[in-house]
Write a protein that binds this ligand. Structure first.
Ligand code: AMP
Ligand code: MG
Length: 276
């Protein structure tokens, strides 16, 4: 049974009904063995994506602090060819970014054909943190749902395969992870008072996430909620969805590549002939 939940367009989302500790009905060891195989398959599909050059892959990662965005990115980068993969992280906007529309900084980071880009946070912050902290009034952030849907549709029409993940953890798991950062000297650099402050807004974030997922899950760019308390289960779910998103294009990519291969060969043969 897949543990990820794909959000149907326009459907109300209740995060409290999705178990953040869900895992498949096998153990971690088996899960890790499967992940290695899925990683190979992902790499194979990436090679086709790159060589065919007809599409790009944009992975949007959202989640509360400690939800595992960095860990998920690391796992993906361990599997794919980093030569055609890039990560874009979205922080508190700079003055220059704030002087533009909220999609300006995002659009310039989208993947070109053949490329994979992973968004560590994204344009969704502009309807999440911005909403929770009243950084702009509702009459400014509410129309952003439609702007986001249109923006993402444009990307999809331009050949982007767009996959969006919300890493879903429980408050207890977050507390454990924050405390673990205090204890482990190698993790302490990640500590931030901000994380504890944000935690106090747990319910406001839940509401903001639920509405954003519901408003912005579309047929062509669906949202997936990933139970993320168990890291191994999270990674498996993410890899399965990425593979499922790429597989429908595989036959087309292979056909295109074969046709191009034949063309290249024919050119080579005729060049050799001309040298005789
Ligand atoms: P981190 O991902 O831990 O490096 O933190 C980045 C911080 O930037 C988070 O607290 C985000 O909420 C914040 N951030 C990202 N995008 C925006 C935005 N558009 N407006 C305000 N804060 C943002
Ligand atoms: Mg952080």
């Amino acid at each position: 049974m897949p543990i990820a939940i794909q959000i149907a367009p326009g459907k109300n989302v209740h995060l409290s009904k999705i178990d953040p500790s869900a895992s498949p009905d096998f153990d971690k060891e088996e899960g890790q063995a499967r992940l290695v195989k899925l990683g190979r398959r992902l790499a194979e599909l990436q090679e086709l994506l790159f060589a065919a050059g007809d599409h790009s892959l944009l992975i949007v990662l959202q989640g509360r602090d400690t939800a595992g965005k960095d860990g998920t990115i690391k796992k993906i980068l361990e599997a794919v060819n980093v030569q055609s993969t890039r990560v874009a992280s979205f922080k508190v906007p700079t003055a220059e970014e704030l002087a533009h529309d909220f999609l300006w900084r995002v659009h310039r980071q989208t993947p070109g054909l053949g490329e994979i880009v992973i968004f560590n946070r994204s344009h969704y912050e502009d309807v999440l943190v911005v909403r929770v902290h009243n950084l702009v009034p509702e009459k400014v952030w509410r129309p952003r749902y439609e702007a986001i849907r249109n923006f993402e549709e444009l990307l999809v029409q331009s050949g982007t395969i767009l996959v969006k993940f919300m890493l879903h953890i429980s408050p207890d798991e977050q507390e454990e992870r924050l405390l673990a950062r205090e204890e482990d000297p190698l993790k302490s650099w990640k500590l931030s008072v901000g994380d504890w402050k944000e935690r106090a807004h747990w319910d406001a974030y839940t509401e903001a996430y639920e509405e954003a997922l519901s408003e912005c899950s579309t047929e062509s760019a669906p949202w997936h909620v990933i139970p993320a308390n168990k890291k191994w289960a999270r990674d498996l779910a993410v890899f399965e969805i990425l593979i499922a998103a790429l597989e429908p294009y595989e036959a087309e990519w292979r056909t295109n590549l074969e046709a191009r291969g034949k063309e290249a060969k024919a050119e080579l043969v005729s060049w050799r002939e001309s040298q005789k």
